[in-house]
Write a protein of this length. Structure first.
Length: 295
């Protein structure tokens, strides 16, 4: 079972829920993936010992000027405007390059080859309670987070890192980046269930609508956790009913919970009762996933 914990915006408590769920399920084999590669922070709560490390490179074209005729075909073919030809000279913009290889494959003079540009690192280890933890860390200044998330998902399920990868009891929890852009799509891709964390504010509702559209397009079953629940006009609940989106859990707005979480304490330590609530939530998710209920 692969659960992606996502929200349309940052600051909704997504990492609090994802780490809380991992800790609540620690009687099972749990793999936790921090897919927020631009600002990974789940390690501050789970405190893993990271013992595995792997550099991730992206192939970027480099031109052999003696072979290049300046025909401009490479610039025409690049969908990402990462290569330009000016006055017969080829210019490559590595930050924009997605490493697709189209220009290299289609250069009529075989004037392009590739080198590995560092994209970031993958790190993995385990927590004291036995959760296997892995994260990606994007190189500062890199714009493209999706390739490193893709690599992280493949790398972490190798049996050296996660020996229970093939066990039917295994649970993979992915902490998604905020928003609804390509890195979130990459995090959701291949998941069995999207657990959406929102809050009952106009911004929360606006961003929940966006992420629900995305999971709908991806045909993923989903449910909602309302965090910082408080007396409000009920707009969020009405939207969930209209979107056929089950509200699986509510966490009230309480100052001491917020303070403890801000200090890096897991939800299950701040309020032990949430351990049972999160285990019940997991059972509910299993039922929804088995029934194939979509929004
Ligand atoms: S396609 Fe090849 S030959 Fe043409 S401009 Fe690009 S690198 Fe030079
Ligand atoms: S590898 Fe792909 S993205 Fe990069 S410059 Fe070539 S065509 Fe553009």
């Amino acid at each position: 079972m692969r659960i992606a914990v996502a929200s349309g915006k940052g600051g909704t408590g997504k990492t609090t829920i994802a780490t809380g769920l991992a800790l609540a399920l620690e009687d099972r084999p749990v793999l936790f993936l921090d897919c927020d590669v631009e600002a990974p922070n789940a390690h501050l709560i789970l405190r893993p010992e990271l013992i595995w490390r792997q550099q991730v490179d992206r192939p970027v074209p480099v031109v052999n000027q003696t072979r290049c005729t300046g025909c401009g075909h490479c610039a025409e073919i690049c969908r990402y405007h990462a290569i330009a030809v000016m006055s017969g000279k080829v210019l490559v913009f590595p930050e924009l390059c997605h490493g697709c290889g189209s220009c290299v494959a289609n250069c009529p003079e075989a004037a392009l080859s590739e080198y590995g540009r560092p994209l970031g690192v993958l790190e993995a280890g385990s927590t004291k309670t036995g959760i296997t933890f892995a994260r990606g860390v994007l190189e500062i200044g890199e714009l493209s987070a999706s390739p490193i998330i893709r690599q992280l998902k493949k790398w972490a399920v190798r049996t050296e890192l996660f020996p229970h990868a093939l066990s039917p009891e295994a649970v993979e929890i992915r902490d998604a980046p905020p928003g609804t852009s390509c890195p979130v799509v990459e995090t959701l891709r291949g998941a069995d269930f999207a657990l959406l964390v929102s809050e009952p504010t106009p911004f929360g509702l606006h961003d929940l609508r966006l992420i629900v559209e995305l999971v709908h397009e991806m045909n993923l079953p989903a449910g909602v956790i309302i965090n910082r629940d408080m007396a409000n006009d009920g707009a969020l609940e009405r939207f969930c009913v209209e979107a056929n989106l089950p509200v699986l859990m509510r966490i009230p707005l309480e100052r001491d919970i917020g303070q403890a979480l801000a200090a890096g304490q897991p939800l299950t330590a701040v309020r032990p009762a949430y351990g049972m609530a999160l285990r019940n939530l997991f059972e509910h998710i299993q039922l929804l996933e088995a029934r194939g209920i979509r929004t």
